[in-house]
Design a protein around this ligand. Sequence first.
Ligand code: NAD
Length: 533
Amino acid sequence: MIETGRLRAINPPRETPLFTPELLERLAQRVSASKPHTPYTLYSPFNGRVLGVFPLSNAQDVRQAVERARQAQPAWARMDARSRARIMLRFHDLLLERQAEILDLTQYETGKARRDAQEELLDTAIVAQYYATRSPGWLRPRRVGGTFLGLTQTWEYRHPVGVVGVISPWNYPLVMAVSEPIPALMAGNAVVLKPDLQTTFTALWIQSLLEEAGLPRDLFQVVTGGGEVGEALVATADFIALTGSTPTGRKVARQAGERLIGVSLELGGKNPMLVLEDANLEAAVEGAVRGAFANAGQLCVSLERIYVHEKVFEAFTRRFVEKTSSLRLGATLDHRSQMGYLTVQRQFDTVLAHVQDAVAKGAKVLTGGRPRPDLGTLFFEPTILTDVTPEMRVYHEETFGPVVSLYKFSDLEQVLAQINHSEYGLNASIWSKDLGKARALAARIQAGTVNINESYAAAWASMDATMGGFKASGLGRRHGQEGLYRFTELQTIAIERLMPVTGPAWLPRGWYGRIATAALRALKWLYRLWYRL
Ligand code: NAD
């Protein structure tokens, strides 16, 4: 460990990773790509060296992968949901058993700190356990109220949509390769996954583990490539679950709209944190450090703007700067580092551009603000800005990096308006000892999740509750029952009984109308009593 100014940094020596070049070669053979194919060389942000080579898929490969998945899907859908669940639970066990290997691989692909990789591993296991245990019950046909006067018996059936195309980003490769595919598979679908190029090996590792757990071959395919391969998948799959940026979400929604297929879109955010004057400041500072710098800020729900009440602004700022300045930086295969690298060059460029733009227009850097080539080419210090104004990019654009802006407020109504004045609405965080007040405020924030006295993990880890975005942060929801049901087609089956719903044939139409009118009036009064209206 070396001391560098106020920011403490860790540099290698690093341990040898547990995965081997042979494993990566075997994984590369799993890509759905026909020969001769174009090889892609993957560089690791962890050490700047070549990690491995895998083939790139083309549009024809995507069509073939979807076709193979389509062939394999009906048998899987016919299988009892509890048998599917047992396979998923085996996958859960294997994942926990092999965690050291996949944590190493994920760290090498992303450059993230061990603690961030571990967070996603645990989340992945939670998702597997949750959907394996809940789906069989949720997928049973559901008896619903019949028609008027009980003249029908009615059920809702849930059918798989067919082949679900999953398109994922690089920031949480383990979670993203699993949290959409698992509910899709549990609902009886096949999946074709297109991970970001940077995190292809993690996706292939997951595919291999699922097969080891008993998932039939061909049911889960991995295709590789960039946006054009994603487009080919949107052109052929029966449903698309995309996690990515808002501009990509718009493109995918347009293309899916043409084909009239369903989509769920988990997109960007510019997530606010609100610190009220009665907040536990020490806890709020801890929450701010984690919320802004977990995964080096490359987290869709990370906090990028913090509004602090004027009475506690100075105390909060002092402690926040102190804590941030003493973070241990770097990437090692153990838990010493508190913040790792940025994963891709374009993200590094955005972070640098946002900070430079803000500084040029008058923002003050309270700590950080610099790249750290001594630690790695893609390393940027955890950065706190103040005096940020609407002319600056960092004020309203998603940075998706370790940069957070501090704002002082005095009027709650004004700050709520400022918080909601954003095209995004993914996550928010409120800190106060008055939980009733905090909940009432939370309901007024336009965001899919709001965490009280926590930054992002409380809502994310509440697996029974949905997760997703308002406004340009997305469409549809992951997690909870909704997270499974979006991958199903809903069918109504109704049996007529006693007499025709449209009235007996012998009854004159005029009489039928009069009887139905009287019955509707009577029923309305019964319902008013029942529902206390
Ligand atoms: P991105 O939109 O550039 O890429 C995401 C994926 O979409 C990649 O696999 C990419 O190859 C693919 N893609 C790109 N263009 C496509 C097209 N035209 N058709 C189909 N697929 C296409 O996003 P990124 O930079 O990799 O990821 C960062 C973004 O993801 C951030 O905005 C972040 O907020 C968001 N994100 C959101 C969540 C969430 O749950 N809401 C989670 C993680 C990341």
